[in-house]
Design a protein around this ligand. Sequence first.
Ligand SMILES: Nc1nc2c(ncn2[C@@H]2O[C@H](COP(=O)(O)OP(=O)(O)O)[C@@H](O)[C@H]2O)c(=O)[nH]1
Ligand SMILES: [Mg+2]
Length: 242
Amino acid sequence: MNAEMNGVDEARRSNQLQNINSLEEKIDYVFKIVVIGDSAVGKTQLLSRFAKNEFCFDSKSTIGVEFQTRTVAMKGKVIKAQIWDTAGQERYRAVTSAYYRGALGAIIVYDITKRPSFDHVARWVEELRVHADNSIVMTLIGNKSDLVDKKAVPTEDAVEFAEDQGLLFFETSAFSGANVDMAFLKLLEEIYNAISKKSLEISNGKLNGSTDHSSLKGSKIDVISGADMEISEIKKLSACSC
Ligand SMILES: Nc1nc2c(ncn2[C@@H]2O[C@H](COP(=O)(O)OP(=O)(O)O)[C@@H](O)[C@H]2O)c(=O)[nH]1
Ligand SMILES: [Mg+2]
């Protein structure tokens, strides 16, 4: 009986692996996204939540892991999000310019219970303006929304800052998972829209070296419906590594 069940499990697993491989083979785009913000705001946990649907309470400072990925199907294309973690460099404000190179999207994270982490967001945006491509799409995330009682940064303050700077904005909880997919997927969609627009302009001969990057900010984006989205089976199958 057990052997039979194992056989069924094996078959299902091998089926899933085939699905992974076929999705992985069809990748149309790889989008590099960098995550920055003060130490301990939950950057690594946000990444794990999005990439592996995991949260580890006893997470030590990030050592060694450079990036995590998740492959999604969106608007008929297969997009691999390659999301980079700072590996703790932010503690010494020593994030190198190589970290930002080639990034199409950036997520700046603060902790809703720590006012200073929000006050420092302007510095992180400035860092992006100096080191990253100026068409980079930025998202501001106020993390740890589950700690409502300890909230020290009013949502309105963050909304005002995000509107002023042309950033997408979400409050999330890596712990509960609230809004995490929404934040990452909106960023991916905004990058996709910006890229499609750019290649359309190129094919129409409109791009003459003076790209209007402001057009990439604040444009209307569609909410991705669950049906349009598929999670890479690789990530679904992976066991918790903590
Ligand atoms: N309550 C709560 N704790 C969180 C959340 N995200 C991260 N943490 C905790 O905050 C601490 C720092 O998280 P980590 O991801 O290592 O932060 P990083 O230094 O920005 O990468 C850890 O103790 C996490 O367990 C969250 O959404 N809610
Ligand atoms: Mg970390």
